[in-house]
Design a protein around this ligand. Sequence first.
Ligand SMILES: C[S@@+](CC[C@H](N)C(=O)[O-])C[C@H]1O[C@@H](n2cnc3c(N)ncnc32)[C@H](O)[C@@H]1O
Length: 247
Amino acid sequence: MNDDEDGYFGEHVAATYDDDSGHEFQPEVVAATADFLAGLAGEGRALELAVGTGRIALPLAGRGVPVHGIDMSRAMVRRLRAKPGSDAIGVTIGDFATTRVDGTFSVVYLVFNTIMNLTTQEAQVQCFRNAAAHLEPGGCFVVETVLPDLRKLPGGQDVVPFHVSPTRWAFDHYEVATQAMSSNYIEVADGRGAYRSIPFRYVWPAELDLMAQLAGLRLRERWDGWTREPFTNDSGGHVSVWEKPVD
Ligand SMILES: C[S@@+](CC[C@H](N)C(=O)[O-])C[C@H]1O[C@@H](n2cnc3c(N)ncnc32)[C@H](O)[C@@H]1O
């Protein structure tokens, strides 16, 4: 349970979010993401669901695309507002599964696994319907997310560790009966551990396609990543693009 009105991305997380040196923060990955989205946006506008600190919205706006964002975390959006160029980006505070903003968009996008932050199937379906409602005919909804690491679970196990060091342990916990999962972190300082857990709902590409169908969208492209590598049996995640039919 999280009582912070900013959800799981309150002040504590927002303060260091952009210090991450992981894959998603590498300049070439950010540039490939913005290029991909700018290509889909064409002359139109882009709507980012869960805009956060503007990791992608800012470089996309820098490519000449008008961008609007939705996010529930005021703390994350304050970081966006502190960055040069952010005055070009409109932001609405709210739940991206249901919040409506004015106008239509040629691309709506939801990146960095954030579809999984919606922890029920109902909320994920609402998100697809909300994205579709913002799209102009011919427009696209783009989702980037990982696949659950279930192949790393031998029978009887429900935990996959993904970081172990003297000062930090991290593991994912899976409930395959419900598709509930959580990422769990223990930070050790002065011999004492502080525990943090973030809940998710993992979702397969086929289920996302069905959600898209419920929202009146159809699959146009699915790739392993932003530079359009093929999506295969060995892919650990995907970038999927659904389009709103013209008629
Ligand atoms: C991993 S960050 C991604 C931020 C940004 N899209 C990026 O790629 O760097 C997840 C973001 O989703 C937001 N978020 C999570 N659930 C949300 C919800 N239901 N409604 C609105 N924002 C939400 C968080 O506040 C946070 O800013």
